[in-house]
Write a protein that binds this ligand. Structure first.
Ligand code: ZN
Length: 147
């Protein structure tokens, strides 16, 4: 990764952290899940409204480090309007990218998160909201944890 690219990615993360998209609660949510990352103290609540098999609305609340907040913000933008299968596919792809089994080409803005792959502790921050999303959509009744 070039220093220029690294800087650009940092700006994307800082921008999402400073002005998180969809930081609210979805009214009349059909799905909801909570996520905790005890290693860092991140806490996220993801709410969704699913209509006809598509994510009509998605939002997050909670508090955490810059990476967890930016990641949650990007997640809401990435999956809005997607079908449940597409959203699950995106989660699986992200997981594969973070575990290093897949490259991050054509991943759009989410590429900005991939730099944290070098810091295993931060990977949990970056994937927390995605785990919560997946738990919400698979209707897991237990709060998820990255442990
Ligand atoms: Zn964190």
């Amino acid at each position: 990764m070039t220093p220029e690219l690294r800087e650009l990615y940092q700006e994307v993360i800082l921008d999402h952290n400073k002005r998180p998209r969809n930081r609210r609660e979805v009214p009349h949510a059909t799905h909801r899940a909570e996520g905790h990352n005890p290693l860092c103290g991140d806490h996220v609540v993801v709410t969704l409204c699913v209509q006809d098999g598509r994510i009509a609305d998605v939002a997050f609340e909670g508090h955490g480090c810059a990476i967890s907040t930016a990641s949650a913000s990007m997640m809401t933008e990435a999956v809005r309007g997607k079908s449940l299968e597409e959203a699950h596919g995106l989660f699986e792809r992200l997981h594969a990218v973070f575990t290093g089994s897949e490259g991050a080409n054509d991943f759009g803005e989410l590429e900005a998160l991939v730099g944290v792959r070098e810091f295993p502790m931060r990977v949990k921050c970056a994937t927390l909201a995605w785990h919560a999303l997946d738990a919400a959509l698979t209707a897991s009744p237990e709060p998820v944890t990255t442990e």
